[in-house]
Design a protein around this ligand. Structure first.
Ligand code: BES
Ligand code: ZN
Length: 466
C-alpha cells in the first residue's frame, strides 16, 4: 500500500493533466449536437482505462450514449466492487454567467475550473486513477473491480437502467461504490447514506385557440398564464411551507432521532447555506431545520415557466393562448414518482378554472429515493477509507439530490451502495463556474485506493446482508 500511495503522490501532476483533457470534451448528454463529443469522452475514458492496465475495456453502444465498462476480475477468491460514475455533463445555460469558457479548464486557487469538474468527471476519475496506481505498483488489485461509467446520468440514465437489467450476471458484485455527491463542508469529509428521489413533469394550460389581441379580448377571455401562475402558487401554503397536493406526504418517513441528533451536531448549516447561495434569507417548511428540509423532506419546485411574449425589452400586447411550466418534486422514503405525479395531476386539474384546459401533461423522468444503513460493513469500510484518505474521520450525511440508478442497482444487483463524496456543495454543479478542489481530488484518489484494501477485508462478511 505504501508504494501505491507514493505513486499517487508522485503522479499528482499527471492526474490533473488527465482530468484537464477529459474536461476539454464537451460531453453534454442533453444536447443532440454534442453526440459526437459524448462519444469522444467515452473513447477517451476507455483509453485511460486501457492505459491503466485493465485487461477488459469495452465501449458499449446504446440507443442513447455509450456505456464504458472496464473490468479486472482476475481473482475468483476475492470480492468484487462495482464502481459507478458518469462522464456526461450538464448543459451551459448562460455562457455570460461564466467567468471563463466552460470547456477550457483553468487551474486557480488550488481548484480546477470547467463544466463537469465536480459533477462528475473529477470524482469518477479519482477511482480510475487509484485503480491505475494499484495496477502499476503491484500488477494486481486487492479486489475484483468493474468500472461502469455512463454518459446519460444527467438525462435520467434510461439506457443504463436497461443495460443493468439485461446484464445482471456481468455486473454481479458485492458492493457498489459511487462518488457523485458532496462532502459536508471543506475539511469535513462525509459518507452520504441517503438521497432524495425525483419526479419531473412538464405541462401546458390552454385558453383560447390562438394568441389574441389583449385589447380586443383582455377582460373577457381568461389568460392561461395567470391561471397557470395561480395554480402554481397554490401548490404550497405560504405560512407553513407545506405542499398542498392531496396525499403528497402519505407514508413519508422521518429519520431516526439518532440520525437527526447527528445532523444537529454539524457545524452551522444555516450560515453555510446562506454563504453558498447568496440568498438574503433561508426559506422552508416550518418547524424543520435546514438539514432536515434538504435531506429528509420532500419538496416541490417550479423549474421553469413560460408563455406569451417573453423577449426582454420589447412589448407586444398579446393574450397568450397557452402557458407552460416544468415542475419537479424531490421525494423521500415511501414516496413513488408515479404516485406523486398522479396526485399532482389531479390537483392541477381540480384547481384550474373552467376557463382553461390542461392540454398536455408529461412525466419527463423519475427516480426512487434511497437510504442505506450506516452500520453496513461496506459502509463502515468506507468510513475507514475516507479517514485514511482525508486524514479525518467522516461524518454521516444525506443529500438532497438524486441518482435514480442507485435504487435500481440495489434492487437488480442486490448489493449495497456506498457513496463517497469528494465534491463540495458550492462547487457550481449544474451552474456557472463549476470547479473541483484539487486537494479533494488527491484525497479522493487516496481514499479510493484505501477502499479497495478495506473492502477486501469486510466484503466476505457483508455478502448478502444489503
Ligand atoms: N451528482 C448529482 C446528484 C447529486 C446532487 C447528489 C447533489 C448529491 C447532491 C447528479 O449528477 C444529478 O444531478 N442528478 C440529477 C438527477 C436527475 C437528472 C434525474 C438531479 O439530482 O437533479
Ligand atoms: Zn452527477
Amino acid at each position: 500500500m505504501e508504494s501505491v500511495l507514493k505513486a499517487i503522490e508522485s503522479g499528482k501532476d499527471a492526474s490533473v493533466t488527465i482530468l484537464e483533457e477529459l474536461l476539454r470534451i464537451p460531453s453534454i448528454s442533453a444536447d443532440p449536437d454534442r453526440k459526437g463529443d459524448v462519444q469522444r469522452a467515452a473513447e477517451f475514458l476507455a483509453n485511460v482505462l486501457r492505459d491503466s492496465g485493465l485487461p477488459t475495456v469495452e465501449i458499449i453502444p446504446t440507443d442513447g450514449h455509450p456505456i464504458v465498462l472496464g473490468e479486472w476480475c482476475e481473482d475468483p477468491s476475492v470480492p468484487t466492487l462495482l464502481v459507478y460514475g458518469h462522464y456526461d455533463v450538464q448543459p451551459i445555460v448562460d455562457l455570460a454567467e461564466w467567468s471563463m469558457p466552460p470547456f477550457e479548464p483553468q487551474i486557480r486557487d488550488g481548484k480546477i475550473w470547467a463544466r463537469g469538474a465536480t459533477d462528475d468527471k473529477g470524482q469518477v476519475l479519482a477511482h480510475v486513477l487509484s485503480v491505475a496506481a494499484h495496477l502499476r505498483e503491484t500488477g494486481k488489485l486487492p479486489v475484483n473491480v468493474k468500472l461502469l461509467i455512463e454518459g446519460e446520468e444527467e438525462i435520467g440514465s434510461e439506457h443504463l437502467a436497461e443495460f443493468v437489467r439485461t446484464n445482471r450476471d456481468r455486473l454481479a458484485c458485492d458492493a457498489i461504490a459511487i462518488s457523485d455527491s458532496a462532502m459536508y463542508a471543506p475539511g469535513i469529509p462525509s459518507i452520504c447514506i441517503g438521497l432524495r428521489g425525483i419526479a419531473y413533469v412538464e405541462f401546458t394550460v390552454r385558453g383560447p385557440a390562438a394568441d389574441l389581441h389583449s385589447g380586443g379580448f383582455g377582460g373577457v377571455i381568461e389568460n392561461p398564464a395567470v391561471a397557470l401562475a395561480q395554480v402554481l402558487a397554490g401548490l404550497k401554503d405560504p405560512g407553513s411551507g407545506r405542499i398542498l397536493v392531496g396525499g403528497f406526504y402519505d407514508g413519508v418517513e422521518e429519520p431516526t432521532d439518532e440520525e437527526k441528533a447527528g445532523w444537529a451536531k454539524l457545524s452551522d448549516p444555516d450560515g453555510r447555506y446562506l454563504a453558498m447561495t447568496g440568498s438574503p434569507q433561508l426559506y422552508g417548511e416550518r418547524d424543520r431545520t435546514t438539514l432536515e428540509r434538504v435531506w429528509s423532506r420532500p419538496t416541490l419546485d417550479v423549474n421553469g415557466i413560460w408563455g406569451g411574449h417573453t423577449k426582454p425589452g420589447e412589448s407586444m400586447t398579446v393574450l397568450p393562448a397557452v402557458a407552460s411550466a416544468k415542475v419537479s418534486m424531490r421525494l423521500v422514503k415511501n414516496q413513488r414518482p408515479a404516485d406523486v405525479v398522479a396526485k399532482l395531476r389531479s390537483h392541477i386539474e381540480e384547481h384550474l378554472p373552467d376557463t382553461v384546459t390542461l392540454e398536455r401533461f408529461v412525466e419527463l423522468h423519475g427516480g426512487d429515493p434511497w437510504t442505506s444503513s450506516v452500520d453496513h460493513p461496506a459502509v463502515q469500510a468506507a468510513f475507514r477509507a475516507v479517514e485514511k484518505g482525508f486524514g479525518k474521520p467522516p461524518v454521516p450525511t444525506r443529500e438532497g439530490g438524486s441518482i435514480p440508478i442507485i435504487p435500481m442497482f440495489t434492487e437488480i444487483l442486490g448489493a449495497p451502495v456506498v457513496l463517497l463524496g469528494f465534491g463540495l456543495g458550492d462547487e457550481g454543479a449544474h451552474g456557472p463556474d463549476e470547479h473541483f478542489d484539487l486537494s479533494n481530488f488527491q484525497a479522493g484518489i487516496r481514499t479510493s485506493a484505501h477502499y479497495l484494501m478495506e473492502f477486501r477485508e469486510v466484503a466476505a462478511a457483508s455478502k448478502g446482508s444489503a
